[in-house]
Design a protein around this ligand. Structure first.
Ligand code: FAD
Ligand code: UDP
Length: 366
């Protein structure tokens, strides 16, 4: 007889939400994680009394009241609104692309003038049916913004030409003709007061978690422990890479403690020119309006992925999507394993989408 109903591989948001829902239904769960902490990529480490987002800046946002209420059961959120700045050749521009950006670039003051300027550039480009990220970006905001704020950032972030990338990536960013620097269009947004660990602790309360346990190091024994598995690791790894390895983009983080109160005056500054090797500098205290004497900053460097490195972003181009679809077909025949999350579904999911997906799967399977 198996000791647990579910073995949940991965204590990130997907695993934690599924485990919480399973426990509510009276199911006995064991969560394992190969890292030495819970929470996956939303994990925060306290340094100088500041919550440092260890795996990159995480801003919670959603349009879905149910998801917002769900996370608010575990932790209260502050009123943080993400308004990153872009640094290009010693100039600062507002993001996302809005009237402030258009004024800074062209001196235009009205939406009509800005629209005219963009339309003029789109017409000159001759693009009518965008086929890739470059064409999509130019047809949304014109050539000036593409060259100053998108091309360099995108190509270093993804290690590929913008012409080889899918257009959906750039559609994540709003384009608006109002003076509004909010990076997201969603109704609800904020940072958990006290950090993301509080959210994870709340979700996993009363559930057994074993850290530093890699599923693949002891697959047979671990599988025997439970009736079913929820797998949130890499789907290609689960199936021994039999259809080939999926490609990812990796990152390197360089974190510094600075003996000053305020380094850059904003939580997120993007560096959009190709010559600067990092994509952004995060000053963590500003997510929580911190007033500590010191500050902690993280430089985020895109990194070529290879086996063994952290897999942060799926590369959802046609080649990789075709490989993923083979794994997905295989997984659909397997009724003892539920695959979920960014790595197992090979999808560029945000946190709210992960929670929605975990809740949906828990409704189907539990
Ligand atoms: P993960 O958090 O990756 O968790 C998977 C867990 O499984 C990990 O802890 C891993 O150690 C464990 N695991 C994997 N394989 C094994 C194994 N073999 N054995 C044991 N354990 C295993 N979303 C937003 O909404 N807003 C943002 O601002 C935002 N910013 C982001 C910035 C960066 C740099 C990145 C990379 C992502 C960002 N996201 C953001 C997305 C967000 O991180 C994800 O949507 C979410 O954390 C994914 O949760 P998950 O549970 O699917 O995966
Ligand atoms: N992007 C850009 N310039 C910026 C910010 C973003 O060109 O200053 C593009 C880039 O291609 C990036 C995509 O928009 O990969 C999505 O940006 P987002 O901030 O959503 O990326 P994430 O936080 O998920 O890394």
């Amino acid at each position: 007889m198996a000791e647990y109903d579910y073995l949940i591989v991965g204590s990130g948001l997907f695993g934690a939400v599924f485990a919480h829902e399973a426990k509510k239904k009276g199911q006995k769960c064991l969560v394992i994680d190969k890292r030495n902490h819970k929470g996956g990529n939303v994990f925060c480490e306290q340094i100088e009394n500041i919550n440092v987002h260890k795996y990159g800046a995480h801003i919670f946002h959603t349009n879905d009241k149910e998801i917002w209420n769900y996370v608010n059961q575990f932790v209260e959120f502050n009123r943080y609104t993400n308004s990153p700045l872009a640094f290009y050749k010693n100039e600062i521009y507002n993001l996302p692309f809005n009237m402030n950006t258009f004024y800074q670039l062209w001196g235009v003051k009205t939406p009509e003038e800005a629209k005219y300027k963009i339309e003029e550039q789109v017409k000159a480009s001759g693009i009518t049916n965008p086929q890739n990220l470059e064409e999509q970006a130019i047809s949304l905001v014109g050539i000036d913004i593409y060259e100053k704020l998108i091309k360099g950032y995108t190509e270093k972030q993804w290690g590929r030409k913008a012409t080889e990338l899918p257009s959906f990536i750039i559609k994540r960013l709003p384009v608006r003709f109002t003076y509004d620097n909010n990076y997201f269009n969603d109704k609800y947004q904020g940072i958990p007061i006290g950090g993301y660990n509080k959210l994870i602790e709340g979700l996993l309360e009363g559930i057994e978690v074993r850290l530093n346990v890699d599923f693949f190091a002891n697959r047979k024994e671990l599988t025997k422990l439970a009736k079913k598995i929820v797998f949130t690791g890499k789907i290609d790894e689960f199936y021994n890479n039999q259809f080939g390895s999926l490609e990812y983009r990796s990152l390197k983080f360089e974190t510094k403690i600075l003996d000053q109160e305020n380094f850059q005056g904003n939580a997120v500054v993007n560096y959009t020119e190709s010559q600067i090797p990092y994509t952004r500098i995060i000053e963590h205290k500003h997510f929580e309006f911190g007033t500590q004497k010191k500050t902690v900053v993280t430089y985020e460097y895109p990194d070529e992925w290879s086996l063994g490195k952290e897999s942060y972003y799926p590369v959802n181009d046609n080649k990789n999507n075709a490989i993923y679809n083979q794994y997905k077909t295989l997984s659909e025949k397997d009724n003892t394993v539920i695959f979920g999350g960014r790595l197992a579904e090979y999808k560029y999911y945000d946190m709210h989408q992960i929670i929605a997906s975990a809740l949906q799967k828990s409704k189907i399977f539990l």
